[in-house]
Design a binder for this molecule. Sequence first.
Ligand SMILES: [Fe+2]
Length: 498
Amino acid sequence: MSETPRDDTDRADVIREAAGATPSAGGSDVIAAGAGGSARARTFSAKQVKRARDLLARLYALRRAARFYPSGHPALDQAVDELVGVVAQYHAEGVDVPVTFFEDELLLGEQLLAEDSVLFDQLIRDMTALGIGTLTFHKGLTAEDLRRFVPVIAADPDELVAGGGTEAVVEAVGAPHISVSAVTVVREQPSAEEAKNASKTSYADALDLMRELDRLVRSNQAVSVPRVKSTVRSLIDNVLGNRYAMLELSGLKGFDEYTFYHSVNVAILSIALGSMLSRDYRFLSTLGTGALLHDIGKMTVPLEVLNKPGPLTSEEWALIRQHPVHGAEHAALTPGLDKAAVVIILEHHVRYDLTGYPQTAPPRSQHLVSRLVAVADAYDAMTSRRAYSAARLQDEAMTVLARNAGTALDPRLVRLFIDLMGVYPPRSLVRLGTGEIAVVVSPSAGDPLRPVVRIIAGATGDLAEPIDVDLSAEEAGGRAVERCLDPAGVNIDVADFL
Ligand SMILES: [Fe+2]
């Protein structure tokens, strides 16, 4: 199946197999050769990849010069000559230069330029806005070619659309050694087993990242932004490609590593909730990054305060209340980190009714992405056991969310969250009206009270061969969920049945 990446209805699917990033539920994805794609199969040498930064800097400089100076201006001519000079080095080695801009990543041929994807974020934004997926400088490129191409990269996106589309405009300017094409992705459907394994790997990788971040933040060291980005990308791909496997994993808890599990769960839940509003990659990426890092400010709070079983002193409470500001400061000072994600870190405790913290004067309404994360944060925190509080069962937590709709939480997003998860979310252990015990596999479409369940024990408590039943279907024979159960209370390990 092939698709264009700007089709928001079905993305989940990029470049990463070739790029060597974390696996996704989207299966093995490869870039298909588009126009000028023949050169893309080539592997570039380490030296050529290293030189790409120079190439990108020249390209960015040319775009800026083209926006500021009229044709014939010496500054523009100089920018053209400098870019031709770098490209010529590749051509002297017998290779064309295909640079791909896709979502928030840059590739030279099929090689992901992870660091450069962070450094050249604005260039990627500009090029994708112009509809340039892959830009190829073919052997034989001249300064004249580039001069003819200048109006294209100086244009506003609307002008290119009005001119019949970017590819048509580029062809019309008569620069024979420059081509642009949309990115085409060929996607192989993974088996259910592969998708499940990819989801587990993605979860485990995200958990490892949080452990590493904790170590770095506590020792005041810089966070690796490319690693954060690739982790978030993998979570997004897996949530979009295999939503229920990821929602089920988001029920995992780690008492001793609460903050790490909590951060990963909040990221998955936020991405899943956000994807019901939009599947735009940048939106989900901001959401996932902010959600994953929402509590990094807590990484500077002493553990004995964070995990104190009894009531906090006013000094300790003041320390805790500073974590959004400290976290936002740390994130804002991390070069290359998505600045919009900083807003989430700062605002996640502001509350929908603005009675939370930190307070601003005058009060500013909580941003949509922060409101999304607040719902996910509240749900995961409530369903986790803490040093100072027991875990609530999932259906109780849903009731508490509903009770807080309109005060702490955005009521529309709470409703959407219940649509996403159902009242009995995946991984819940439930007792049915028949007395049977079941594990929830997924919510069923349209009826939050009647999920798809795996019945694991009969009414007499004996362990039967598990069977899956959609409680919203006729086959359920009138079965209905009575309530959630505490797995520890009935000595069942839910993981044994998933
Ligand atoms: Fe927090």
